[in-house]
Design a protein around this ligand. Structure first.
Ligand code: B16
Ligand code: MG
Length: 219
């Protein structure tokens, strides 16, 4: 019996993966590094600083910048990203997300956001989900990012629950690893080959919503 669903944000509730990628592309091209959509897969669910380090590694520039310089490049990436998501509103939610949140809320199932993004509170508010969201994990308050289980365990502890009654929903491979390491039921959104560790995978969030709304939370 599920009592809490912990949703990833980017790639699960909305398609901000595109804006993250666009912002990183601007930074990467300034650094003289080429990144493509396939490389972007390894940035999904990964923190801002870690993403930049992966890009620098990819371009063989891992020793080029000090930690302080890395911080300021990451900050600039965030400014570019923020400019790209300024107009986000409820129309940017994947189809069915609000219906799903309303269904869970009416079923007394807690709704948490377990995103690696520091911009999650802004987006949840902008997309009109604040009234239905019970808790947003602050990624700066957990010791380790995904694939460590910390983000998901943080939400679970907030509600005083145990892993068996929690479910995580993720689009990133590291996110599924994090949910499984937390001992929770994992729903993958995307490519079943990439998300093979998940308990169940749906191609899109809309497919997952349809399943829950038609059959309930029986997994
Ligand atoms: P920010 P998620 C992740 O969000 C993104 O997938 C990842 O690409 C991004 O680098 C990370 O958030 C940090 O985001 O720079 O906004 O703090 O998929 O865990 O919801
Ligand atoms: Mg994601």
């Amino acid at each position: 019996m599920i009592k809490c669903v912990i949703f990833d944000l980017d790639g699960v509730l909305t398609e901000t993966s595109v804006q993250h990628f666009e912002a990183w592309q601007v930074i990467a091209s300034e650094l003289g590094i080429e990144i493509d959509w396939a490389f972007n897969e390894c940035l999904k669910g990964v923190s801002r600083i870690e993403s930049l380090k992966r890009i620098l590694n990819h371009g063989n520039q891992q020793d080029r910048f000090s930690e302080q310089e890395i911080d300021s490049i990451a900050k600039r990436k965030n400014e570019i990203y923020l400019a790209l998501i300024q107009q986000f509103n409820e129309n940017h939610l994947f189809k069915g997300v609000r219906d799903l949140f309303e269904f869970l809320s009416a079923s007394n199932i807690k709704i948490a956001i377990g995103s690696a993004s520091q911009n999650a509170p802004f987006l949840i508010h902008a997309m009109g989900l604040s009234d239905l969201t019970d808790y947003i994990v602050n990624p700066l308050e957990v010791e380790k990012g995904k694939p460590a289980p910390d983000i998901f365990l943080n939400a679970m502890h907030h509600f005083n629950l145990t892993p068996e009654v929690c479910m995580g929903v993720e689009d990133a491979e590291v996110g599924i690893t994090a949910i499984k390491s937390a001992g929770m039921f994992a729903v993958g959104i995307g490519d079943a080959k990439i998300l093979h560790q998940a308990d169940v995978v749906y191609e899109t969030t809309e497919d997952f919503v349809k399943k829950v709304l038609s059959e309930g939370m029986f997994f």
